[in-house]
Design a protein around this ligand. Structure first.
Ligand code: SAM
Ligand code: DTB
Ligand code: SF4
Length: 335
């Protein structure tokens, strides 16, 4: 099957069969296409760097089978109340000093109450005031809540589709796929930038990975940021002990995301701590151009900063610098 690869412009009319054919291509063909497309939209040697902070940890009412923060699983993750504002500011300042340009705050909620949203809005304002880009992930949002976040100066909202519509019910039963799409609609409607992707290694098939990418690439606007997570197996969760994904399948998925959503940042997200340097290098070659940086993700360990810096040095990669007003500085590089 020959694919209509967009030379310029973006396509939103991908068929599922096209996405499947893309993923099924010989590995070298897929990587070559991805790297070519990557170069038409991005500097191939620059990586955007975000840092995560869990602002409210554990005791989540949802039942996501991969997540150690669900109250329905027996993980050993310590529960924490919403962090105090000064603790958030201190963490953001440290992230900024280490080179992160975006600070992403995550809360283990099904959805925020309006009072909780007020507290998060104060955090967003403070982090924005430091000159960093802001992102939050708080669960489902109403249109009104999305509007309030936009008015507070938030840049990105993260809300993942996680997997295919078909496989979804085997992973999460407490929130529907449709509800996730609705939240994404609210984010777009108010002009917030969307961060939405999924997790691989849940036991899904390549067809499920194709269907997830198809959903993302046929949204009315491609998410500006597409996190591709590799399952971090957390003890006590139903997916602890799941068969590991073939790493080259992970690379294929990154490459296909790059081809389907050429102007989006594709983020190598959770799971980097268990990936070899060589696997990560292949992901960068496949078009990944964003990472979570710092020693922790939300509740689990990330690849260490020393290791990341050494790998960037070996690959000749640099951190993308974002000017305070949100414009990229071409050629900017953190060393
Ligand atoms: N509670 C909010 C929600 O789920 O909407 C926001 C935080 S939640 C931790 C954000 C995303 O992190 C999930 O949608 C999932 O894709 C990813 N994630 C969570 N636990 C993970 C794990 N153990 N391994 C890989 N990715 C994970
Ligand atoms: C995303 O797609 N991955 C991040 C972020 N968005 C919020 C979260 C990864 C969580 C990994 C497991 C943990 O540390 O709790
Ligand atoms: Fe709760 Fe988010 Fe974890 Fe699901 S992924 S259990 S919604 S914190």
């Amino acid at each position: 099957m020959s694919l209509k690869l967009p030379a310029v412009g973006l396509r939103h009319d991908w068929t599922l069969a096209e996405v499947q054919a893309l993923l099924d291509q010989p590995f070298n063909d897929l990587l070559f296409a991805a790297q070519q497309i990557h170069r038409t939209h991005f500097d191939p040697n620059r990586v955007q760097v975000s840092q995560l902070l869990s602002i409210k940890t554990g005791a989540c009412p949802e039942d996501c089978a991969y997540c150690g923060q669900s109250a329905q699983h027996q993980s050993t993750i310590e529960r924490e109340q919403l962090l105090a504002l000064d603790a958030v500011i201190k963490a953001a300042q440290e992230a900024q000093a280490a080179g992160a340009t975006r600070f992403c705050m995550g809360a283990a909620w099904r959805n925020p109450t309006d009072h909780q949203l007020d507290q998060v809005i104060a955090m967003i304002a403070a982090v924005h005031g430091l000159g960093m880009e802001t992102c939050v992930t708080l669960g489902m949002l109403t249109l009104d809540q999305a509007q309030r976040l936009k008015a507070a100066g938030l840049d990105y909202y993260n809300h993942n589709l996680d997997t295919s519509p078909e496989f979804y019910a085997q992973v999460i039963t407490s929130r529907t796929y449709h509800e996730r799409l609705e939240t994404l609609e609210h984010i777009r409607a108010v002009g917030l930038k969307t961060c939405s992707g999924g997790i691989l290694g849940l036991g899904e098939s390549r067809t499920d990975r194709a269907a997830l990418l198809h959903q993302l690439a046929t949204l009315p606007a491609h998410p500006e940021s597409v996190p591709i997570n590799l399952l971090v197996q957390v003890e006590g969760t139903p997916l602890h002990g799941a068969a590991p994904l073939d790493p080259l399948e992970f690379v294929r998925t990154v490459a296909a995301a790059r081809v389907l959503m050429p102007a989006s940042y594709v983020r190598l997200s959770a799971g980097r701590s268990t990936m070899s340097d060589e696997l990560q290098a292949l992901c960068y070659l496949a078009g990944a151009n964003s990472i979570f940086y710092g020693e922790r993700l939300l509740t689990t360990d990330n690849a260490t900063t020393d290791r990341d810096q050494a790998l960037f040095e070996r690959l000749g990669l640099g951190f993308e610098i974002v000017a305070p007003e949100g414009r990229d500085t071409p050629g900017g590089c953190f060393k």
